[in-house]
Design a protein around this ligand. Structure first.
Ligand SMILES: [Zn+2]
Length: 203
C-alpha cells in the first residue's frame, strides 16, 4: 500500500503515539492502516475412510496436493469459509463435523483453521484452482507431494486419531528456521512424537 485510500497522500511507516511498533500511516490525514494475520479456513472431507485431496493449479506449490482451504472472505464465518473453499476448489458439498486443527504460521502471518467434514455426494470435480481432485485412502496419500506442512500435519493427526478411535482438536505452530520449517505442537498435545521439532522441508 503506497497511497492513502481516504485522501490520496503518501503512506509512510511510523510509530503512532501510544503504540509500540511501526505502522502504515497516512502522511497527511494520519489514518493508520493496521495489518493483521489472515485466516485460512479449510476442510478434511471424508468418505468411507478416504479423504478428498485437490491438486493445486496455482502457485504457490502448483502441482502438489492439498486439502481444500483458502482465505476467509469478509462477512462469513470460518465454517462458511471452509464450506465455500471446498465447493470452489473441489466442487464438493460437505457437512462439517467439527473444528479439527488450528495452526499458527507467524512467518507468513496466517492462521489455519481446518474442519473435519463428511462428503455429502460423489459429484466432485476440479474447480478452477485445481488440476485434479481425488479420494485417497491412508496408504495412498501422496506424502511426498503434499503442498504445505500444515496439510501434512493435519493428515498426520487425522490418521493418528483414527488409530486411537477418538478425534480431538489439535493446535500448533509452524516455525520457519532459515530455509526449513518445524512444527511445534500445542501444550495439550497427547502425541509425544508430534511435539518434537521435527524439521520439515516445506512451509
Ligand atoms: Zn490520508
Amino acid at each position: 500500500m503506497n497511497y492513502c485510500s481516504e485522501c490520496g497522500a503518501e503512506i509512510i511507516l511510523a510509530r503512532p503515539e501510544d503504540d509500540n511498533r511501526l505502522r502504515h500511516v497516512c502522511s497527511a490525514c494520519n489514518i493508520i492502516y493496521y495489518q493483521n494475520p489472515k485466516i485460512v479456513a479449510g476442510c478434511i472431507p471424508e468418505h468411507k475412510g478416504k479423504i478428498l485431496l485437490c491438486k493445486r493449479a496455482i502457485e504457490p506449490r502448483s502441482g502438489y496436493w492439498t486439502l481444500p482451504a483458502g482465505y476467509m472472505e469478509l462477512d462469513e464465518t470460518s465454517m462458511e469459509g471452509a464450506l465455500r473453499e471446498t465447493l470452489e476448489e473441489a466442487n464438493a458439498r460437505v457437512e462439517i463435523l467439527g473444528l479439527y486443527a488450528v495452526f499458527n504460521l507467524p512467518h507468513v502471518n496466517q492462521v489455519y483453521m481446518m474442519y473435519r467434514s463428511r462428503l455429502l455426494d460423489m459429484d466432485y470435480s476440479p474447480g478452477t484452482e485445481s488440476l485434479d481432485v481425488a479420494l485417497y485412502s491412508e496408504n495412498e496419500i501422496p506424502w511426498n507431494d503434499l503442498a504445505f506442512t500444515t496439510i501434512r500435519q493435519t493428515l498426520r493427526y487425522f490418521y493418528a486419531d483414527r488409530e486411537v478411535g477418538q478425534f480431538r482438536l489439535h493446535t500448533g505452530d509452524i516455525i520457519k528456521q532459515g530455509e526449513k520449517y518445524s512444527f511445534r505442537a500445542g501444550p495439550d498435545e497427547i502425541y509425544d512424537d508430534y511435539s518434537s521439532s521435527t524439521i520439515i522441508q516445506r512451509p
